[in-house]
Design a protein. Structure first.
Length: 330
């Protein structure tokens, strides 16, 4: 019998820049060889470019800077970058897409988890839950009386939302259950049916700042929203107002916020994201009227798994010649 000749088949390679749940890795292994970076920390730009060289697809995290230099370092075979986040301010979208590389994100799957966290932080600061816990853990003597650790209620107050997208709407629904009124601003007006469901008023940015008892930020980070809430914006707010941020840290000028909180020009803040993560403005850490969390908006097992799986399915789709499920366009 004539000898058989082996035929080499090109196998795609996917690099994952940080550990993801096994379910996502399994989906990737169905279509490619998978390599996971083993450093349990964000990679430096140099490390990142070295780690992804030669890949056909890359699964990235929100701390990975993805730009034209990154694409050139990977090589011309690169077809897709799947960001495990709904935001993609870490990606230079025009520079990547003009090189023919698809970009995807993970919208939708983290909406409820992030809205829950935003409202949890809001309750923490308005009802002084963090202060109360610190008091007990420090074994400080205490006793009940009618003036003890009074907070503020939410019923009848106005929630002002910057960016009434999916997460903003989810927060608004939770606020409605607490008896709050809804107002919002944004570059685009929400659909009439959304306004009707939430009984939401569309206001200018200035009107929203002056009106809101609680200002909750749900806008993307871009050149228009960087330091959107700065000293001037804070000066237009009520001294009784609370600022909530679960979007991106640089939307707020943290130094200006810390000064406004310290001086009593705003009443409190509830923050899950920070301007220079993982660092936090020291002035914020010194204040009891600030509730903080280390970027936990999507941090449930179910949500983080769903995010990673969606990123993997996006990569698998592109590498098998199908359109991405959740593309990002320039």
């Amino acid at each position: 019998m004539p000898g058989r000749t082996s035929v080499e088949v090109d196998v795609s390679e996917v690099v994952v820049t940080r550990t993801v749940p096994e379910a996502a890795l399994a989906a990737l292994r169905d279509v490619a060889d998978v390599r996971v970076c083993d450093q349990d920390r964000p990679l430096t730009p140099e490390e990142l470019r070295a780690a992804v060289r030669g890949a056909d697809g890359v699964v990235t995290m929100l701390h990975d800077r993805i730009d034209g230099e990154f694409v050139e370092a990977v090589g011309p075979q690169l077809k897709v970058v799947a960001n495990v986040a709904v935001g993609y301010d870490n990606i230079d979208v025009p520079a990547v897409t003009e090189r023919g590389v698809a970009i995807t994100n993970t919208p939708g799957v983290l909406t409820d988890a992030t809205a829950d966290l935003a409202f949890g932080l809001l309750l923490s600061v308005t009802r002084r839950l963090g202060e109360g816990e610190r008091l007990l853990r420090s074994r400080t003597p205490w006793n009940f009386h009618l003036g003890f650790m009074l907070g503020t209620g939410l019923q009848g107050k106005t929630l002002g939302i910057v960016g009434l997208g999916g997460i903003g709407q989810a927060v608004a629904r939770r606020a409605r259950a607490f008896g709050m009124h809804i107002a919002y601003s944004g570059r685009r007006r929400a659909a009439q049916e959304v306004e009707a469901e939430l009984d939401a008023r569309h206001l200018s940015q200035d009107e929203l700042l002056r009106t809101a008892d609680v200002l909750s930020l749900h806008c993307p980070l871009n050149e228009h929203t960087h330091h959107l809430i700065d000293g001037a914006a804070l000066a237009r707010m009520k001294p009784t107002a609370i600022v909530v941020n679960t979007s991106r840290g640089p939307v707020i000028d943290e130094k200006a916020l810390a000064e406004a909180l310290k001086d009593g020009r705003v009443a409190g803040a509830a923050l899950d994201v920070f301007e220079n993560e993982p660092e936090v403005e020291p002035g914020l850490l010194e204040l009891d009227n600030v509730a903080i969390a280390p970027h936990l908006g999507s941090a449930t097992t179910e949500t983080r798994t769903a995010m990673a799986e969606l990123a993997a399915r996006n990569v698998a789709a592109v590498l098998t010649g199908q359109p991405p499920l959740t593309p990002v366009t320039a």
